[in-house]
Design a protein. Structure first.
Length: 239
């Protein structure tokens, strides 16, 4: 089984990657379209040259690898994807060959966290609009995509991971609840800029702070993103 986990940035996505990486039976792929995204958009991200040099730059080559043999003949592969990396022109037919899961987070938390790493984000940067588009596409391909909310996972990690594994039709393993500090061997080269908190973690942090109150352009961005969040939120797994 190939699990394609679609999220936006700053969305518990790295912790979820580490949880699946801790299983022992799961290959890990970290944001395989990042270089393609940077090249096709021309956008300036931190570590842009290093990222482009570290990955295939042809989307067809990326897709061929994602659908090819799983390294080590492992039964599972966890593909961590950023939904905003799937820019126009990247074919999506292969979503029918993976199990699609959508990891969402309240836009206020995403925007506040992202703005601390990169200035002046817009709707395309945080990925919620693209998540909805991909969710609808996966459904049209005959998949029954799964939606999980990051705050639900943080509030009840074991219950939510058990529910997710049940939806996927795989066994929940207790080792998914913890991992060693310092990251995973599959981390992309961008990890040293983006993954600091995840690298210091050994499990899911259950402390949930109040929603940030954002004003000005950031507050307007949250309001712009909310309809997309609500659309997916009402279809999330609940336990």
């Amino acid at each position: 089984m190939r699990i394609a986990m679609w999220s936006g940035p700053r969305n518990l996505s790295t912790a979820m990657m580490y949880a699946f990486g801790a299983r022992g039976d799961c290959d890990i792929v970290d944001e395989p379209f990042y270089a393609v995204y940077l090249l096709q958009t021309g956008i300036n991200h931190p570590m842009r040259p290093e990222i482009i040099a570290s990955q295939p730059q042809n989307p067809g080559e990326v897709i061929e690898t994602l659908l090819g043999p799983i390294p080590g003949r492992l039964p599972l592969q966890y593909q961590k994807h950023m939904s905003h990396h799937m820019v126009e022109g990247i074919t999506r037919y292969w979503l029918g060959d993976v199990k699609n899961v959508f990891l969402i987070r309240h836009p206020a938390r995403v925007v506040a966290s992202y703005a601390a790493k990169r200035e002046n984000p817009d709707l395309d940067d945080i990925g919620l609009r693209q998540q909805v588009e991909l969710y609808d596409y996966a459904r049209a391909m005959g998949d029954d995509p799964i939606v999980v909310d990051s705050e639900d996972i943080r509030a009840a990690p074991e219950a939510m991971l058990r529910a997710l594994c049940e939806e996927l039709g795989i066994e929940f393993l207790p080792q998914m609840l913890s991992w060693p500090k310092g990251g995973h061997a599959a981390d992309g080269v961008w990890a040293k800029h983006w993954y600091g908190t995840a690298h210091r973690s050994t499990g899911f942090n259950s402390e949930i702070a109040p929603l940030p109150e954002l004003e000005g352009d950031l507050g307007a961005l949250v309001e712009e993103a909310m309809p997309y969040y609500r659309r997916l939120y009402r279809n999330r797994i609940v336990v």
